[in-house]
Write a protein that binds this ligand. Structure first.
Ligand SMILES: [Zn+2]
Length: 443
């Protein structure tokens, strides 16, 4: 789940936001993404000395065991720790997870999740007379350096708000109502060469366009905004604007466990974490429940074409699941009937089940039959943002998302194994196992 972190351990801090993920605290109205830099680790090689910890003793009996799953949580969160995308720790965790899957009988491969992220951008803003204004670029801003007239825009950047003089100028637009991405789109459509978004309250802010913008885009504080508004009234007001972005290559991975050549059902969750903490609940809990479900479902796995996945780089924008889905052939998509996503299932006092309506309702029936209370929130009705299931749903593959609320340690150093309740892991696993059995039986 999305991040608010500081600089990376390795190389430049990153600035990433591809998806507003379920793992994200809700953003202000109209804006996408929480908007602060996320740490990523660049792709330094893992020193051979990093040994994969020995798998724990075989888990108990044929039924899903919360305690057995909890052992995996401790390995991922206590022994390995924070598992930032592309880091050695993420790689160690992938080795551990693959070894566990193999010990249950599956083949397990680590598939590459390579992508580029924009690194921290350098932004400069200077007004007539070489006065520097403190500023920062918005995420996914275009790079560029220009001097142009400064034109203030009424309202918040609706298409009609841009005067003819915006053409060829740097426009000054107030924050609010519209997403940053839409403001920039409208400004570029009005012919603006750059855009300054000023805060609609005191102080600076950070934000993202969500996707690549067409023109250099910076943000300034509310006070600086008022100053620029005054300046823009003066004839011949000019500004110099510069945004320089670099990108960083991230080399992450997914772990894919198979019992046959086909995947008709996938159970999975992301195993990376944010840098701030060891990600015990987000998301060693979902990864652990996935591994324990794989152990329990092995007898059924081959005939039902069951697959189990641990996704990398979810915190940076669902990269693991997006790249996996993007890589599926038409036949593989066709064969894949359902995906079950387990993300943050170890802390909290109530279940929220979201995703594809039919699957969500089936979980409702399963929960009833097992005596668990859940709230059903099929997608599209405030189902709580996205996680890796969103990548499948967007490709037309039915998916359901198990999520337990609320976690006070979300994305903090305190997201530790000691706060995970093994008995919470049991319902997540038992409902998943029962759902898969019913889906496989229905064929
Ligand atoms: Zn998560």
């Amino acid at each position: 789940m999305h991040p608010l972190l500081g600089r990376t351990l390795v190389g430049g801090a990153a600035w990433v936001l591809a998806f507003a993920a379920a793992c994200t605290q809700p953003a202000p109205a109209g804006e996408s993404g929480p908007g602060a830099p996320t740490a990523v680790a660049t792709a330094e090689t893992t020193p051979a000395s990093i040994a994969t910890p020995a798998p724990r003793a075989a888990a108990v009996g044929p039924d899903f065991s919360g305690q057995a799953a909890y052992e995996h949580v401790k390995q991922l969160a206590d022994v390995i720790g924070s598992r930032v995308a592309g880091s050695d720790e993420e790689r160690k965790a992938a080795d551990y997870i693959a070894t566990q899957f193999r010990s249950y009988g599956y083949t397990a491969e680590q598939t590459p999740v390579d992508f580029e992220v924009a690194d921290e951008a350098v932004a400069e803003l200077e007004v007539s007379g070489a006065k520097r204004i403190p500023t920062n670029s918005l995420g996914f801003s275009a790079s560029g350096s220009l001097s142009a007239p400064l034109v203030a825009v009424r309202g918040t950047g609706q298409p009609a708000d841009f005067p003819a003089s915006a053409n060829g100028a740097v426009v000054l637009v107030q924050r609010g109502t519209l997403s940053f991405g839409d403001k920039v789109k409208n400004a570029a459509n009005a012919g603006a060469k750059g855009i300054i978004v000023y805060n609609n309250e005191a102080g600076e802010f950070r934000g993202t366009l969500g996707t690549a913008g067409a023109i250099p885009t910076v943000g300034v504080s509310g006070d600086a905004g008022q100053e620029l508004l005054t300046l823009a009234q003066q004839p011949g007001a000019q500004v110099r604007l510069k945004v320089e972005t670099q990108s960083v290559q991230v080399k992450s991975r997914n772990v894919l466990a198979k019992a046959s050549d086909t995947c008709s059902y996938i159970v999975g969750g992301h195993f990376d974490s944010v840098q701030a903490g060891p990600g015990a609940n987000d998301n060693a809990s979902g990864t652990a429940a996935t591994m324990e479900a794989a152990r329990v479902l092995w007898p059924l796995a081959k005939q039902a074409n069951l697959c189990f996945m641990a996704f990398g780089a979810e915190e940076l924008g669902l990269w693991g699941s997006r790249i996996h889905v993007r890589g599926l052939s038409a036949a593989e998509r066709q064969a894949l009937k359902a995906m079950v996503n387990l993300d943050m299932v170890g802390v909290g006092d109530r279940w929220r089940i979201s995703g594809s309506e039919a699957l969500v309702n089936q979980v409702g029936e399963v929960a009833d039959s097992l005596g668990y209370k859940v709230s059903l929130a099929p997608s599209g009705r405030g189902a709580g943002g996205g996680s890796d299931h969103a990548s499948f749903i967007q490709a037309g593959i039915p998916a359901v998302f198990f999520y337990r609320l609320e976690d006070p340690n979300y994305h903090l150093a305190t997201d530790q194994a000691k706060f995970i309740d093994p008995t919470n892991l049991e319902p997540a696993g038992r409902m998943t196992v029962e759902l898969i059995k019913r889906l496989a039986a229905a064929g």
